[in-house]
Write a protein that binds this ligand. Structure first.
Ligand SMILES: NC(=O)c1ccc[n+]([C@@H]2O[C@H](COP(=O)([O-])OP(=O)(O)OC[C@H]3O[C@@H](n4cnc5c(N)ncnc54)[C@H](OP(=O)(O)O)[C@@H]3O)[C@@H](O)[C@H]2O)c1
Length: 283
C-alpha cells in the first residue's frame, strides 16, 4: 500500500497570498491558480488601479470565477520604499497573518550598453531587487505568524532566465541591468532561505522563459515574434499560463513544503542555450 497522502497535495485551502504585479501577466496567472486551489484571499499589489491593465479589472475577473476565495487589491508603487512600508502597514491592520508572498512585480529596460541611462539602471534595480528585499524584511513577521514546521509560509520571487545566462539578443537589445537584477533576485532567494528558514518561512525563486506579457512583448517582436521564438525553443513553444500555475502551486502547497532556496527554471530549456532563432543568431 502506498503511504503517500496524495489528497490535497497541491491544495491551498484557507491560505492568504500577497502577489505583487498581480494585475496582469504572470502575477494574474498565479492569483487565478491560487483561487482555483482553494486560497481564501489573494491580495494584488500593482501601481495602476484603473484601465484595461489595472488592478480593478483583475479583481473583477478573479471575483467572477465560481470559487470561494476573494481577490482584493492595493495600488502602490513598490519602487518607492515609503510605498512598500505603507503596503505592509496596511496589511498588518487588515490581516492576522500572510501565508504566501509572491514577489513578482518587475521592470525591464533594453538597448545598447553604451546608451544605457543611469535612471534606467536605478529603476530596474530598485524595483527588482531593493524593493523585494525591503518587502520581505517588513513582511517577515506576518509570514512568520503563518508558518509552522511541516507547513512553512512561502515566499516565491519571480526571477528570469536572463538572470541565469546571457541571452543572445544582439547588441541593440541588451538587458544587462534586468539580467543582473534577476541574478540578484535568485541569490536573494537563497540568502532568504537561510535567513528565514529557521522562522518557518521557505523562500524560492522561479526563472521563467518567454511568456506573452506587456513586459516581454516588445522584445519578442524585435526578435521576430512569438512563433519564431517558439521554433527556437528546445520544447518548441513559449510559456503558457498553466506553466506558471504549475510551478507556483508546487512551491506554495504541501507538495513543495520541504523545498527551500531553489531557483526553478520554467523555460523549456532556454536557460541553457537561449531562445534566439538560429538564422538571427548574433550574440
Ligand atoms: N513575460 C516574460 O516573458 C517573463 C520572462 C521572465 C521573467 N518574467 C518576470 O515575470 C514577472 C511578471 O512580469 P510579466 O511578464 O507578467 O509582466 P507584466 O504583464 O508587464 O506585469 C508586470 C506587473 O508588475 C506591476 N508593476 C510594474 N512596476 C511596478 C511598480 N513600480 N510597483 C508595483 N507594481 C509594478 C505591473 O502593474 P503596473 O504597471 O500597474 O504597476 C504588473 O502588474 C516579472 O518579475 C518579470 O521579470 C517575465
Amino acid at each position: 500500500m502506498s503511504e503517500i497522502q496524495f489528497s490535497g497535495l497541491f491544495d491551498l485551502t484557507d491560505k492568504v497570498a500577497v502577489i505583487t504585479g498581480g494585475s496582469r501577466g504572470l502575477g494574474l496567472y498565479t492569483a487565478t491558480a491560487f483561487l482555483h486551489a482553494g486560497a481564501r484571499k489573494v491580495i494584488l499589489v500593482s501601481r495602476k488601479a484603473e484601465g484595461p491593465q489595472g488592478l480593478n479589472q483583475a479583481v473583477q475577473k478573479l471575483n467572477a470565477l465560481p470559487l470561494h476565495g476573494e481577490a482584493i487589491s492595493i495600488a502602490a508603487d513598490l519602487s518607492k520604499p515609503s510605498e512598500v512600508e505603507r503596503v505592509v502597514e496596511h496589511l498588518k491592520k487588515t490581516e492576522e497573518k500572510i501565508d504566501i508572498l509572491i514577489a513578482n512585480a518587475a521592470a525591464t529596460w533594453g538597448g545598447r550598453f553604451d546608451e544605457t541611462p543611469d535612471w534606467a539602471v536605478a529603476k530596474v534595480l530598485d524595483l527588482n531587487v531593493r524593493s523585494v528585499f525591503n518587502l520581505v524584511r517588513l513582511m517577515a513577521p506576518l509570514l512568520e505568524k503563518a508558518g509552522k514546521i511541516g507547513d512553512p509560509s512561502r515566499i516565491v520571487i519571480t526571477g528570469a532566465g536572463a538572470g541565469l545566462m546571457v541571452p543572445p539578443f544582439g547588441p541593440e537589445n541588451r538587458v544587462i541591468s534586468y539580467g543582473v537584477s534577476k541574478a540578484a533576485a535568485h541569490h536573494l532567494a537563497r540568502y532568504l532561505a537561510v535567513e528565514l528558514g529557521p522562522r518557518n518561512i521557505a523562500t524560492n525563486a522561479i526563472a521563467p522563459g518567454f511568456f506573452p506579457s506587456k513586459l516581454a512583448n516588445g522584445l519578442v517582436d524585435i526578435l521576430g515574434g512569438f512563433d519564431a521564438m517558439a521554433k527556437a525553443n528546445l520544447l518548441g513553444r513559449y510559456g503558457r499560463p498553466e506553466d506558471i500555475a504549475g510551478v507556483m502551486l508546487f512551491l506554495c502547497s504541501r507538495a513543495g513544503s520541504w523545498v527551500n532556496g531553489v531557483v526553478l527554471e520554467v523555460t523549456g530549456g532556454s536557460h541553457l542555450v537561449g531562445d534566439r532563432p538560429p538564422s538571427k543568431s548574433k550574440l
